[in-house]
Design a binder for this molecule. Structure first.
Ligand SMILES: NC(=O)c1ccc[n+]([C@@H]2O[C@H](COP(=O)([O-])OP(=O)(O)OC[C@H]3O[C@@H](n4cnc5c(N)ncnc54)[C@H](O)[C@@H]3O)[C@@H](O)[C@H]2O)c1
Length: 174
């Protein structure tokens, strides 16, 4: 399909019946992806530490999926909070997510030589550790429930390959 095809704006239904969970869905790339997932027919669980952002994303989703879209306020850097998120999603929906996008993130434009320990810890916690926690927890759920054809997507950055810039990567801090 041509990228200018108007059907792309309406959605083609290619995620019809799917259930997607997006962390960092309250803003930026996560929000935009929630909107595309919903337009394509998916039900979307929008997860963010920012309650206003998460709810605004849900309100921006124009098409309903198989189930209603819902927001979850969760700090995904905490293993306990991620466990509670899994339980809440299990309680609220009769199916488990078959699409996971880990898009939570923090960015800094601080040069590597100027970075302090607190900033380093925050970036590693949100960009790296939280991705591990979310992907592990929801992979377990998918395996336990024998989800077929599931997708797990994580965000990285080309800046991960740039020596001397900030720690934006997921998995490669320098
Ligand atoms: N924007 C870009 O050009 C770009 C390019 C390449 C990669 N990325 C990466 O993509 C990801 C998203 O970037 P973005 O531009 O959409 O950023 P953004 O700041 O717009 O969105 C990130 C979201 O993550 C949420 N978040 C932060 N900490 C959280 C936590 N502990 N628990 C739950 N949610 C949390 C924030 O509230 C925010 O809504 C980041 O990892 C970023 O490094 C961005």
């Amino acid at each position: 399909m041509n990228r200018n095809d108007p059907k792309l704006l309406e959605g083609t239904g290619r995620l019809s019946g799917k259930f997607a969970l997006v962390t960092g869905g309250g803003s930026g790339i996560g929000r935009a992806t929630c909107q595309v997932f919903a337009r394509e027919g998916a039900t979307v669980a929008v997860v963010d530490v920012n309650d206003t952002g998460a709810e605004e994303t849900v309100q921006s989703l124009q098409k309903r999926g198989r189930f209603p879209h819902k927001s979850y306020v969760t700090d995904v850097t905490s293993a306990g909070a991620v466990s509670r998120l899994v339980e809440s999603v299990r309680t609220d929906y009769s199916v488990v997510p078959d699409v996971i996008l880990a898009s939570q993130g923090v960015q800094t434009h601080t040069a590597f030589l100027d970075m302090d320990e607190e900033t380093f810890d925050k970036i590693i916690s949100v960009n790296l550790k939280a991705t591990f926690l979310v992907v592990q927890a929801f992979s377990r759920l998918m395996v336990e429930n024998k989800v077929a054809g599931g997708s797990i997507i994580t965000m990285g950055s080309l800046r991960a390959a740039q020596v001397g810039t900030a720690l934006n990567c997921k998995g490669r801090p320098f």
